[in-house]
Ligand binder design. Structure first.
Ligand code: PHE
Length: 330
């Protein structure tokens, strides 16, 4: 027969199970066990028939109270568990995040920008040139004779239609002089191509910066002054340089400029860093500028070589391999 103790014990059992439930799945089990169609609390009402008439209504009230109370407790628990579950992070929030990797300029681009900056401060304007050229701009107009070895098909990349990939940025000198009236001073960065076998110091493609100044009264000492200032700005005031006589078909007189550098082992040596000279009268005339009225000077430097010296890089191939471990250091 139904007793008050029995009602009480079911009430306690329900409370303690509800307390222990820690996810929505086990909560549903408890709902079925106590409040479902055949649940322990639901069945209590059916036992009312056995209770003596005079106690039936107080028993009924008790059971209904328990039923309502249990349903409320159940709802509260369900609400708190589901809000807890929705707050649970999808992963471990204490793990360090993934930093987005921010790109940067390639070391060669950085060097080009730095060099152009120095020349801009001296009033030079930076201009662009083309990479596919004709024999005229790469050779003839630069006073390079037909029998010069660099005109050989094996020493230059020719296109099927007889054009070529420029082997030097000096082509820019001619295009500038053809289209502008002096005075002017320009620097022109860009790629050049030579069919060299790739090794630690050679590449079939590399970068040069050409410089050209044309005016009515220029001297070789202007050239020396500009280049000395430039190299000391780039490599530091104590940089030692020397001008060594050399030959280029398109300048006269011509020099190569060497810089003193000490290797990792501490040995000091001179290394050639650029070519320069006073613009040859033939070059001025072939570009339509009077060599009686105007003179000037030109220079060409290799960007890879300059960058390697700046940072102590020992292999030119690092620049072109896109290895992030190398690039991240600049
Ligand atoms: N064009 C030359 C080279 O590639 C460098 C140079 C430029 C020399 C201008 C003199 C004047 O070696």
């Amino acid at each position: 027969m139904l007793t008050l103790e029995h009602i009480d014990s079911i009430s306690k059992e329900f409370s303690s199970k509800l307390d222990q439930a820690n996810d929505l799945k086990s909560l549903e089990q408890i709902r079925i066990e106590f409040l479902g169609k055949k649940g322990k609390i639901t069945l209590l009402l059916r036992g009312l028939g056995d209770v003596p008439q005079e106690e039936r209504s107080s028993f009924g009230q008790k059971i209904n109270q328990l039923k309502n109370q249990s349903e409320n407790l159940f709802k509260d628990k369900a609400a708190s568990l589901s809000s807890e579950e929705s707050k649970k992070p999808a992963g471990d929030w204490s793990l360090p995040g993934l930093r987005p990797s921010v790109g940067r300029l390639h070391p060669l681009t950085q060097t080009v920008n730095e060099i152009l900056d120095i020349f801009k401060r001296m009033g030079f304007e930076a201009i662009d040139g083309r990479e596919v050229e004709t024999e005229f701009y790469n050779f003839t107009a630069l006073n390079i004779p037909l029998d010069h070895p660099s005109r050989d098909a094996f020493d230059t990349f020719y296109t099927p239609h007889g054009n070529l990939l420029r082997s030097q940025t000096s082509t820019v000198q001619i295009r500038m002089m053809e289209n502008h009236k002096p005075p002017f001073k320009i620097v022109a960065p860009g790629r050049v191509y030579r069919p060299d076998t790739v090794d630690a110091t050679h590449s079939f493609m590399f970068h040069q910066i050409e410089g050209l100044l044309i005016d009515e009264k220029t001297t070789f000492s202007d050239l020396k002054g500009v280049l000395s200032f430039f190299l000391k700005e780039l490599y530091g005031a104590n940089t030692e340089i020397r001008f060594r006589p050399h030959f280029f078909p398109f300048t006269e007189p011509s020099v190569e400029v060497d810089m003193k550098f000490s290797s990792k082992k501490g040995k000091e040596d001179w290394i050639e860093i650029l070519g320069a000279g006073c613009v040859h009268p033939n070059v001025l005339e072939s570009a339509g500028i009077s060599s009686k009225k105007y003179q000037g000077f030109a220079f060409g430097l290799g960007v890879e070589r300059m960058t390697m010296l700046k940072y102590g890089i020992n292999d030119i191939r690092h620049f072109f391999e896109n290895d992030i471990r190398f690039l991240n250091q600049f």
